[in-house]
Design a protein. Structure first.
Length: 99
């Protein structure tokens, strides 16, 4: 199993577009910047067949510290936001090997 990095993905996009890598890099950056801006604004981003990204609110909670001086004691994790991803049916089927 290989690790695909942003540069590798930009090269694949450029190959699909039939242009230079700089064009693929620009296209990929435009898409990622748009997704980032929408999520920061609190919007949900749905890419049909691929999946949906959304900003989720996580409540404050108590957890047990497992490292450091406070190991075993309860530590408060403050409320915060995180990015959630729900895969689409086409992506899930491809990963399972059914496509």
């Amino acid at each position: 199993m290989a690790t695909l990095r942003k540069g590798d993905l930009a090269a694949k996009v450029a190959a699909k577009l039939g242009g230079p890598r700089s064009q693929g890099d620009a296209a990929l950056n435009a898409v990622l910047d748009s997704v980032r801006e929408c999520l920061a604004a609190g919007d949900r981003v749905v890419l049909t067949g691929f999946g949906a990204f959304e900003s989720r609110q996580v409540k404050e909670r108590q957890v047990r510290a497992i490292r450091g001086r406070q190991a075993g004691q309860r530590v408060t994790v403050p409320a915060h936001k995180r990015v959630g991803f729900t895969p689409g049916s086409d992506l899930a089927s491809a990963v399972r090997g059914k496509r």
